[in-house]
Structures are given as structure tokens and as C-alpha cells.
Design a protein around this ligand. Structure first.
Ligand SMILES: [Zn+2]
Length: 479
């Protein structure tokens, strides 16, 4: 039995500030939370639920490292292919380590590109070890796709227009033969088998409807029903995906997901920036979760998600950092603040948004990640929490500001003092307890530099491929 004393705590479903408390915990669970009559001595700390990053990809470094910056998704994603492969354990340690320092105690890793230096189950086992090393909870969705590798539609004309130097390189990297559907589903089984002794939730990760045939999505829906595994996928992230979906599925892309049995409580849909009201109502009825990624949507020029409509229609909304936080730093506190500001009413707003945002950022994402508990700080819940340094947070306050005023005006990861997961310290004094993140980043950058020329052919013709893809979207009006 251990105890933790804080000057203030955000408790219960509403994350209400309740003053000084003593939290006792045992074997990874909170056993009691008692109010204290007087302010305790010692450092001034605020304890609150930790964040659950409901949509991310476990990328080893911020994507600016690879020159994937200031581009729409349709070329940004292709650009990432210039990066060589690195050790998956070190890569995941870096990603999970940054997530923990940014306030996330649980992280979704939708693996859309495996490192590929080992077979996939071995790589997933390395990811599970990395989550254990850092000390966070994690889920791993196995990326699955079988169509539209270069653009959303027939890419024959674009390939034909490429010169003799570019075309074979584009084919090598963006026209890889697909595995059979059975083989893809078996690989997910094998990944789950590889981590049965670890606390990693393995899921199906179809990358998006535009990248997955109807047959593949239907097979995933059936496999999810058979196994109970969750499904994690992108939906309606960009205007081009919207246009493609409307042409491909005149009865509606969300209707399509319902018809093939994918739409339901086991499904997480990342983005939904371009979802319409009737589609949001359908998603809400189904019990699926939407993971909103505000910074990523701004960086990739995808737009602003209809978050208020999502909430109004009763969708369960979670927040994700999608490897593209505003400052490319995995800061979940800033992401929560930014999301509220972007979606606030104009003028004398009626939507404070504090409770909604805290629930989206800390509680709802746990469902997507398969993390235990509902994220609240309460007896019986997992001993997962974040500790902020109140002295620094309220350093300039001349008045007695309520906690939400501080939290939603300027709090960032720089105010994090500690992170606890399962009753164990993960971050202490603003540093990871079990990992030297600077050394991990040095090792990673060294590996990238040594292997950078592995993908020299693609790096050499990248600007030509980008120009062709750019032109295709501009001229063809897509699809
Ligand atoms: Zn994503």
C-alpha cells in the first residue's frame, strides 16, 4: 500500500477540482481517495487523469526529420518512405518516451509502416518491450491495405507519365505486391500470439477505406467479430478522400462501413474531418469512437474537424496526436487546449468545453487503446495519473484562479512533474524514470545517418514523384 499527497486533484467524471487529497494505491489500483483538511506541506502539486493518445503511429522521430513537412497528406505520407528502417525497439522507445513526457499514459500505435528488419511478430514483441520499458499502456494496430498505393484511383496514367528513371523507383516503393487477405489476417493473429505475455492490445489496422478493398474490410469486420479484437482506421481525413468516397460509394461511405459489419463499438475512426451530420449521427448510434487530431489536421492542411457536431450528435470523441502535435513534440496538454480553442464559440461563448475536453483527452481514448478503467481518478480505478507543478503553473497569478483557468490558458508539457501508470512512476522530476531519452534519440539519429543511403534511389527522384502526384490531384479533380 502506497500513498500520494497532492495540493489539488481533478476527480470524478467531471474532473472537478477538489482541493488537497491523499490517494492510496495498491497493486496498480487506487484503493481510496481522502480529502485532507489542510494544505499539505511540500511542493504544490495538481494530480489529474493522464492523457490517452487515441490515434498515433509510433513514428521514431518527428516527421520534419525526414522532410515530411508543410504538405497535404497525399504527398506527406509518400514522402515518409524516404526514411530507412531502424531498430524497432529503439524506435518505439523514442516514440513512447516522448508520449510519456507529453503527458500520455496510454498510446495507440497504428503501425502503417513496419520497420521490416525482422518479421512482424518479432517487431511487435519489440514494441511491447518498449512500452514496458517506458512504463506506459499501449495498443498496436497492424496496418492493412491492398489498393491505391500512389493516388486515390487508377495510377496508370501517372506512372506512364514518369520518366525512365523515376518509374521503376515509384514501382519499387509504391507498387508493392499485396499479401492475400488471409495472409494479412493471419499476420495479425501471429502478432497477438507474439505478445500474449505482454500488456499490448493488438488490433486490426486497416489504413483507410481508400486504401482497403471492400473484400479486405469485410474480412476484417468478420475477423473482429470472431476474435473481439478492436479495429483502428482513418476515415474522411482530407477533401480528396471525401471526393473519392462520394464517387465510390454514392449511398455513403459510413453506410458502406455499416453494411459490411465494420461500424460498431469496437471501431475507432481517426479524423472524420469531412464527415457530414448524417454520418456523424450514424457513427454516434453505432457506438464507434472518433479520434480527433487537431494539430495534425492543421499541419497537413486537412481542415478543422466538426468536433462540436460530433459532441452534439452524441459521438464518443477522443483526442489523438497523430505524430504531428503543434510543435512536433507529443504535448498532449497543448493539444487539449488547442482543440478547445479551435472549436470554441465566437464572442460570448456558451461552451466552456473544459469538461468535454478533459473527458475526450483522458477518458474516451482508453477505449480505443483497450486500456483498463475509464480514466477517472476514483477508488477501484487503475493508479494512472499525471502530476503538474502548481507553483510553476500559477507563478504569475495575483488572483486565486480556478484550476481550469490555468489548465486551459497556458499549460504545456513543461508543467508536468510526474506521470504514474499502474501505480508505478513513469516520469519523475520531468524526466523518464526508466529511459535516457536523449541517448535513445542520439542512437536513432545515428542509425538513420548510417542507413540514409539505403533509400537513395527514392530520395533522388522524390521531387519528380511529388510533382506527378500533385499534378494528378490538381488536374484530375481526383478519382
Ligand atoms: Zn493517422
Amino acid at each position: 500500500m502506497s500513498e500520494f499527497i497532492a495540493h489539488d486533484a481533478l476527480l470524478g467524471a467531471g474532473c472537478d477540482s477538489r482541493g488537497p487529497v491523499r490517494i492510496t494505491h495498491d497493486d496498480g489500483r487506487i484503493t481510496a481517495i481522502e480529502p485532507l483538511g489542510a494544505r499539505p506541506a511540500g511542493p504544490r502539486r495538481l494530480v489529474m487523469p493522464c492523457f490517452a493518445n487515441a490515434h498515433d503511429h509510433g513514428r521514431p522521430l518527428p516527421t520534419v526529420a525526414f522532410g515530411a513537412v508543410d504538405k497535404p497528406l497525399e504527398t506527406w505520407l509518400l514522402r515518409l518512405a524516404v526514411a530507412p528502417s531502424v531498430d524497432p525497439y529503439i524506435a518505439a522507445c523514442a516514440s513512447f518516451g516522448r508520449a510519456a513526457l507529453g503527458g500520455s499514459g496510454a498510446v495507440m500505435m497504428h503501425c502503417t509502416r513496419a520497420q521490416g528488419l525482422n518479421d512482424l511478430p518479432t517487431e511487435v514483441a519489440a514494441v511491447a518491450r518498449a512500452a514496458d520499458t517506458v512504463g506506459i499502456r499501449a495498443a498496436f494496430a497492424v496496418g492493412l491495405r491492398d489498393r491505391n498505393p500512389l493516388v486515390y484511383g487508377d495510377d496508370a496514367t501517372i506512372r506512364a507519365a514518369m520518366d525512365a528513371e523515376t518509374r521503376p523507383v515509384a514501382d519499387r516503393y509504391f507498387n508493392v505486391p499485396n499479401q492475400s487477405i488471409d495472409a494479412m489476417l493471419e499476420s495479425v493473429d501471429a502478432c497477438a500470439e507474439a505478445v500474449t505475455d505482454r500488456d499490448l492490445d493488438v488490433q486490426y489496422g486497416p489504413t483507410g477505406v481508400q486504401w482497403c478493398s471492400d473484400a479486405l474490410l469485410a474480412a476484417i469486420a468478420q475477423a473482429s467479430a470472431d476474435t473481439g479484437r478492436r479495429v483502428h482506421m482513418h476515415l474522411l481525413e482530407t477533401r480528396y478522400q471525401r471526393e473519392w468516397a462520394d464517387r465510390q460509394y454514392p449511398n455513403g461511405i459510413v453506410q458502406h462501413l455499416a453494411e459490411i459489419g465494420l461500424l460498431g463499438p469496437r471501431l475507432t475512426l481517426a479524423h472524420c474531418v469531412w464527415a457530414r451530420d448524417d454520418e456523424l449521427e450514424r457513427i454516434a448510434e453505432s457506438g464507434a469512437t472518433i479520434a480527433v487530431n487537431t494539430s495534425s489536421n492543421l499541419h497537413l492542411r486537412s481542415g478543422i474537424a466538426p468536433l462540436r457536431r460530433m459532441l452534439d450528435t452524441g459521438c464518443r470523441v477522443a483526442l489523438g496526436l497523430d505524430g504531428s502535435a503543434l510543435d512536433q513534440d507529443d504535448d498532449a496538454l497543448r493539444e487539449m487546449r488547442l482543440t478547445r480553442l479551435v472549436h470554441a464559440d465566437r464572442g460570448f461563448e456558451s461552451w466552456a468545453g473544459h469538461r468535454d475536453m478533459l473527458a475526450c483527452a483522458t477518458s474516451h481514448g482508453r477505449v480505443c487503446i483497450g486500456a483498463p478503467g475509464d480514466g477517472r481518478l476514483a477508488a477501484g480505478q487503475p493508479a494512472d495519473w499525471l502530476v503538474l507543478d502548481l507553483a510553476r503553473l500559477q507563478r504569475y497569478d495575483l488572483v486565486d484562479n480556478p484550476i481550469p483557468a490555468s489548465l486551459f490558458s497556458h499549460t504545456t508539457a513543461a508543467h508536468i512533474d510526474q506521470l504514474w501508470v499502474g501505480g508505478q512512476p513513469v516520469v519523475c522530476d520531468a524526466a523518464l524514470v526508466n529511459l535516457d531519452i536523449a541517448a535513445v534519440h542520439d542512437e536513432l539519429i545515428d542509425q538513420y545517418r548510417r542507413r540514409w543511403t539505403d533509400r537513395r534511389p527514392l530520395q533522388a527522384v522524390w521531387s519528380d514523384i511529388e510533382a506527378h502526384v500533385h499534378g494528378w490531384y490538381q488536374q484530375s479533380g481526383c478519382c
